[in-house]
Design a protein around this ligand. Structure first.
Ligand SMILES: NC(=O)c1ccc[n+]([C@@H]2O[C@H](COP(=O)([O-])OP(=O)(O)OC[C@H]3O[C@@H](n4cnc5c(N)ncnc54)[C@H](OP(=O)(O)O)[C@@H]3O)[C@@H](O)[C@H]2O)c1
Length: 274
């Protein structure tokens, strides 16, 4: 994952103090949940014995418990008991049912962080309002969320109105880039490279280009110009890309994915915010 937004969906009044053991409940420990747990364990921010997980299928929780040494809870309600941080990593449509289960059990000292896309803080607040009416995530809570997500990637803190755009660019973007990598590899195969070599070169090229943009801080247009020699090979390739509309296609892909994230939020939660 190239970038992560620390979603400002934290709902509590207080944050666990510095040095306090991070007792983490991960509700819906699927792909993202497991990645986060691994990152937090590797960063030494928590210990396996202090992490409790839930999933829909008990076999998945047991498997995680066996592989990571964490505890598998029998229910979401059981998982949140004693946790200082509750991380919601279920799919968006599961957020409200899970909040209904745990909302009445949470106390004001527990920090709730939602990683679910298309679920606004308003929806989350509605289901936790009995716990902390009118409370909003403050700087301390965001700092805590940043610390947790920083263990597995880069974080940016954004106003909530940008979250669908983050989904459109950052969450859907990897799929767009897999297509770019696949297509570059196909190009390599077309000009005679073995498939496995072409794929390795394509993936490494995308990785290297991304690292250059991040590490140099240069505008990508300048980096492109620097490797495009007059009358050279690259400018011929660029001509094909411009003719094929790559730029417009990628811009439209992000716009469409963002729009879909907004639509999905309305489909899932529109009636709850009236
Ligand atoms: N993956 C990413 O890179 C990424 C990035 C940013 C945000 N997100 C957000 O993170 C969330 C999870 O994405 P994901 O890719 O990790 O999905 P996922 O792999 O499908 O994980 C969802 C997990 O939730 C569990 N679950 C379903 N219903 C539950 C319930 N009622 N109680 C407890 N657990 C339940 C599922 O259990 P089973 O395994 O037993 O079915 C599964 O393990 C989504 O809301 C997504 O928008 C994901």
């Amino acid at each position: 994952m190239a970038a992560k937004a620390a979603t400002p969906a934290a709902r509590t009044r207080t944050t666990p103090g510095p040095g306090a053991p991070l007792r983490l409940a991960v509700l819906g420990a699927g792909q993202l949940g497991e990645t986060l747990i691994r990152g937090l364990l590797e960063a030494g921010l928590t210990e396996p014995g202090a992490v409790v997980v839930t999933t829909l299928h008990a076999t998945r929780s047991r498997d995680l418990a066996r592989r990571l040494g964490v505890r598998a809870a029998a229910s979401n309600a059981e998982a949140v008991s004693g946790a200082s941080v509750v991380l919601l990593t279920v799919k968006p449509q599961q957020v409200v049912p899970v909040l209904r289960e745990v909302g009445p059990l949470l106390t004001a000292s527990q920090l709730v962080i939602s990683a679910a896309s298309s679920v606004s803080t308003a929806v989350i607040e509605k289901h936790l309002s009995a716990l902390a009416p009118g409370a909003r995530a403050g700087a301390k809570h965001l700092a805590h969320a940043e610390q947790l997500f920083g263990a597995v990637g880069q974080t940016v803190v954004l106003d909530e109105r940008h979250m669908d755009a983050v989904t459109g660019l950052s969450a859907s973007g990897p799929a767009f880039l897999y297509i770019v990598i696949e297509s570059l590899a196909d190009g390599g195969v077309k000009v005679g490279l073995p498939r496995d070599v072409a794929l390795r070169l394509a993936a490494q090229t995308v990785l290297g280009a991304g690292a250059m943009v991040r590490e140099t801080g240069e505008h990508p247009a300048l980096l492109k110009d620097a490797v495009t020699t007059p009358s050279g090979t690259t400018i011929d390739g660029i001509l094909e890309l411009e003719e094929g509309g790559l730029r417009v296609a990628l811009i439209k892909a992000v716009v469409r994915a963002t729009r879909r994230a907004t639509e999905r939020a309305h489909e899932l939660f529109g009636d709850q915010l009236k």
